[in-house]
Design a protein around this ligand. Structure first.
Ligand SMILES: Cc1ncc(COP(=O)(O)O)c(C=O)c1O
Length: 446
């Protein structure tokens, strides 16, 4: 009943999105240009909304529905949508042209800012996406160590490159996509975060391991924080065996503080991949770290490691938007504290409520990253493995749909809190999730 009513309301309020979706299905596989942008809604007979504008914490769709947005452009929009200061510099620059295919001062400035902010970044190379950055980091590591294997975290999402797209969907069955080599052929091992077995795996393969790559908080994998102790032990093992440690900070960089997360946890890896926030909402990726490793990519060296091309690498508007964003973030300590605290309380309050009503929902995250998983049964304290094993994608889609119906947009349940969210916004999000938790949990979904 709940699902039927929710679907009817969703469709009634969104005729233009529905029409666009039908057209999209004819020309785009699955109707989208990024797999997760169906928001799972197609699984239960819904369709994604089409957005036409944004401002602050708000998105507006083509049917003029407004949403408090928690997806924040795949975690990139930490200042909220369309921040006026960033919009201003983009507009000002646009009149000069926007793509020269050569060097600009802004690329030097953004690189210098990131190097200055972060002890572990001695040099940096810009590209256009995080997918490229993690591929290049792995290549640099293989070239530097002259070893074959890369160990990556199960569920870790590093973009859809051929190098690292293994064990991305489920820690239970880690089948690679058709078209990719099997993990052994591709030289990829996968490990479980926060688990002792990882250190055995590293030891057993120590002579052939070029790199260990992981996000300090698994983002696309569902918001699971990696314990600091685990990160420290990875660093120790990496040093012991001559393996390079790579942190993928494409989400966590500049998310919790005005620099990379590694500075806060006190574990400095050999290489770091960056993206999202550092481009201020424009396309960006970057790989940075130890000079001796990164310098392998310099055109001046013998046996140069190939990084790019990249027609759009160091894209001027990304450099400009990124610089302005980082400048604003430098003066945003109070806002960082505020959104980190809002995230902590939202996570705790939701989980307290879910437990009280024995809901099949669970909130997972770290500070301003807050996600909600839906399971196929109630488990008192589900582990990461339980969450993966009992994940109920249709129930998650129903959660997402019910949120849209109440003017909240999010992905992975919610996503993240931006500096544009007010305390009232967060209270409203909590109120809505609590309102729908029971029916979402109890609905029979075919
Ligand atoms: C941690 C992480 N690494 C890499 C990527 C890939 O970045 P992009 O989508 O810019 O290719 C993402 C994207 O979501 C990510 O979250």
């Amino acid at each position: 009943m709940f699902i039927k009513e929710e679907l009817e309301k969703f469709q009634k309020d969104r005729p233009k999105s529905k029409e666009l979706w039908q057209k999209a299905l004819e020309v785009l596989p699955g109707g989208i240009s990024h797999n997760i942008r169906t928001f799972g809604l197609h699984l239960i007979g819904g369709f994604p909304v089409f957005i036409k504008s944004s401002k602050g914490a708000q998105l507006k769709d083509v049917d003029d529905n407004e949403y408090i947005d928690c997806w924040n452009g795949h975690f990139a929009m930490i200042l909220g949508h369309n921040p006026p200061e960033v919009q201003k510099v983009i507009k000002e620059y646009l009149v000069e042209g926007w793509h020269f295919g050569t060097n600009t001062e802004y690329q030097v400035k953004l690189a210098s800012t990131i190097v200055k902010d972060n002890l572990g970044i001695e040099k940096i190379r810009f590209c256009v996406s995080g997918t490229e950055a993690t591929m290049y980091a792995s290549r640099l590591a293989r070239a530097f160590t002259k070893r074959r294997l890369i160990a990556k975290a199960k569920l870790g999402w590093h973009g859809a490159n051929d190098t690292l797209s293994y064990d991305i969907g489920s820690i239970v069955s880690g089948e690679a996509s058709p078209g990719l080599l099997k993990a052994e052929q591709a030289g990829v091992l996968t490990f479980q975060i926060n688990d002792e077995s990882t250190f055995d795996l590293i030891k057993e393969n120590s002579e052939n391991l070029a790199a260990i790559i992981l996000e300090p908080v698994l983002g696309g994998g569902g918001g699971f924080p990696v314990k600091i102790e685990f990160l420290k032990r990875l660093k120790e093992d990496a040093e012991r065996y001559g393996i390079l440690l790579i942190f993928d900070e494409i989400i966590t960089g500049y998310r919790f503080t005005d620099s990379l997360f590694q500075n806060k946890v006190g574990v400095i890896p050999d290489l770091t991949t960056m993206g999202k926030i550092i481009g201020g909402g424009m396309p960006i990726g970057a790989v940075g770290g130890r000079k001796d490793i990164i310098d392998q990519s310099s055109p001046g060296v013998a046996n140069q490691v190939l990084i790019g091309g990249g027609t759009f690498s160091g894209y001027p508007l990304s450099m400009i938007a990124g610089l302005k964003t980082l400048e604003i973030l430098k003066n945003s300590h109070q806002d960082y504290n505020r959104i980190n605290q809002e995230g902590d309380s939202l996570l705790n309050n939701l989980n307290r409520f879910f437990k009280e009503i024995k809901s099949q929902l669970i909130a997972i995250g770290y500070k301003s990253m807050v996600m909600i998983h839906a399971l196929s049964k109630w488990i008192e304290q589900p582990s990461m493995r339980d969450i993966s094993l009992f994940k109920d994608r249709k129930r998650e889609a129903l959660l997402q749909l019910a949120l849209f119906n109440r003017n909240i947009s999010g992905l992975h349940g919610l996503g993240s809190i931006s500096m544009a969210h007010t305390h009232e916004n967060i209270l409203r999000i909590q109120e809505v999730v609590e309102e729908i938790a029971q029916p979402v949990s109890q609905s029979k979904i075919g």
